[in-house]
Design a protein around this ligand. Structure first.
Ligand code: PA5
Length: 447
């Protein structure tokens, strides 16, 4: 069984002077958060073991899609897109035969290029939106419906909906048009939904073992429910302690291209869940850590200078892989150049791991706290476990910060303003509010 190992040594003051010492107050906060988490109903926690009834349906739909189509296109954004992208990039080995595309943005140039390149007869679209009213996703869905109609193809043959049981426009349209629909449980919010049909259907369509993903998550649920030696609670505690001493930046640095998009997914989870104006008692607190997405080794040659010598405002988390699915030997060459001879006979896997250890060392030598999470290998089990670990860590952090982890009023505000700008009826008042902002001054605009 693949495993995840969490090493917090380099975050502790005994090893790095800007690290942490866990006091009895911190222990008490940990204990309190643990009890609160035990008592709390959190929708995402039912996903690892609570979906037996729909798994067969997802797997059957996926195998039918894989047989009949070459392209599987997810139309969705935020929590409806970042999980499917992260899992696909982590697990794809290029052999599934399925061209998997996620259209989250509404950049017209990108959309036109994607849509023009599709053979619609061989394409299945999966529209994913929890609220069923997000403008980006609805606009894409309307466009695809038009394209299918023009091509003389039936909507029901080429579109599947993933949405709320009854609320929202997508549920309404799906019912009216007779679309095959997967339901996103009420209590599971977008960014916590990757292990629901939102992420499971795309993963299964691409040939990944979704039962194994859920087993990884279920295993992590046990690990992260422990009273002691609980890595999710510790990850949260270190970041909450960090915020108290001005370390507000959480750098996610996978040393594997396959895990690059886990950083994007983590950034949404961490930022949207923990960046809040008010606490649970209604006090204005303006709290939240800022996630930073990076990739090792690439960003070693771009951002690491700042991390090693800049302000003491970051905690770096490395994601490390023990065994790569492929490796490549560096042959001996140019023997007359002594300076590079040491590379010959080593592998790229060895080089990548050495680079990670070297960055870790540089941070420790500069007294910068960092954490390393090692995946024995990247497979369905470890990816399910990793995602679930971060979901639990986020829930613990929100608990310790005393905020609502599961709402996103700031995102909603932007959605409402978009409605107003695009002329949706009922949003005239919002448009007036927007127009009432102080006027722009010419002197502050330069050409
Ligand atoms: O986590 C969230 O709730 C959000 O980021 C949503 O996923 C995102 O805004 C898209 O919303 P919806 O799924 O309702 O279209």
């Amino acid at each position: 069984m693949s495993r995840l190992v969490f090493d917090f040594n380099n975050a502790m003051a005994q090893r790095v002077s800007h690290g942490f010492e866990i006091t009895s107050n911190d222990e008490a906060m940990l204990k309190k958060a643990h009890s609160a988490m035990k008592a709390k109903e959190m929708g995402f926690r039912s996903l690892p073991t609570g979906q037996e009834e729909i798994l067969d349906d997802i797997i059957a739909a996926a195998s039918d899609i894989a047989e009949r189509f070459n392209n599987f296109v997810v139309l969705g954004i935020g929590g409806s897109a970042l999980g499917p992208i992260a899992v696909h990039r982590a697990l794809d080995t290029g052999h599934s035969g399925m061209n998997f595309i996620v259209e989250d943005n509404v950049d017209p140039e990108r959309l036109k290029r994607t849509f023009d390149g599709l053979d619609l007869k061989k394409t299945m679209f999966n529209v994913v939106t929890k609220s069923g009213k997000t403008s980006e996703t609805m606009a894409q869905m309307m466009t695809v419906a038009g394209m299918l109609k023009k091509a003389g193809l039936k909507l029901t043959d080429h579109m599947i909906a993933t949405t709320d049981k009854q609320n929202g426009n997508l549920a309404l349209i799906a019912k009216k048009e007779g679309l095959k629909t997967f339901v996103l449980p009420d209590s599971v919010g977008g960014r916590f939904s990757e292990l629901s049909p939102v992420g499971l259907l795309p993963a299964a369509v691409c040939g990944h073992n979704i039962r194994s993903m859920l087993e990884g998550a279920a295993h992590m649920d046990e690990v992260c429910s422990r009273k002691d030696k609980n890595p999710a609670a510790m990850f949260a505690l270190l970041h909450v302690m960090g915020m108290k001493k001005g370390m507000n930046l959480s750098v996610m640095m996978p040393y594997a291209d396959s895990l690059k998009y886990i950083s994007d997914w983590y950034a949404q989870l961490w930022a949207e869940s923990l960046g809040k104006k008010v606490d649970l008692n209604g006090n204005v607190v303006f709290v939240g850590p800022t996630p930073i997405k990076t990739l090792g080794v690439t960003d070693q040659h771009s951002q690491v200078q700042l991390y090693v010598e800049g302000p003491f405002d970051k905690i770096v988390t490395f994601l490390k892989v023990d065994k790569f699915r492929n490796d490549l030997e560096i042959p001996a060459a140019f023997e007359y150049v002594d300076d590079i001879a040491f590379l010959g006979g080593k592998t790229f896997g060895q080089l990548l791991k050495a680079e990670q250890s070297a960055t870790e060392y540089a941070l420790v030598a500069a007294n910068r706290p960092n954490i390393t999470i090692t995946l024995s290998e990247v497979d369905e089990f470890s990816v399910g476990a990793l995602l679930y670990f971060f979901e639990m860590a986020t829930a613990y952090a929100g608990e310790m910060m005393g905020i609502n982890t599961f709402d996103q009023p700031g995102v909603e505000e932007g959605k409402l303003a978009t409605f107003a700008l695009m002329g949706k009826s009922g949003f005239e008042e919002k448009k007036l509010q927007m127009d009432a902002l102080p006027k722009r001054k010419e002197k502050w605009i330069m050409q």
